[in-house]
Write a protein that binds this ligand. Sequence first.
Ligand code: FES
Length: 102
Amino acid sequence: MFRRAPDRIRDQFTFTFDGMPITASTGDSVAAALLAAGIRACRTTPVSGAPRGPYCMMGVCFECLVRIDGVGNRQGCLIPVREGMKVETQKGSHVLTVEQGS
Ligand code: FES
């Protein structure tokens, strides 16, 4: 569904999502890079565990929450992706994740 426009492929580098290498371009947000790589879900809901993914891409819906370099509740659509960044699925709420010790 999402595909990067050919003129937007520039200065590519790699970051990881759940340990998987993902190629991004300079200027991508974390959420845009994930969508361009075909990854639609980046978090699960605290109650049912249902998968969720970026929706508004402008910081309003909070559906794009991810863990970045060990820090939870980061809005992937607002954070520029960087080379070597370690992005992970946010499972449930960040508070629960911290209490579980991971
Ligand atoms: S996609 Fe809506 S806040 Fe990030």
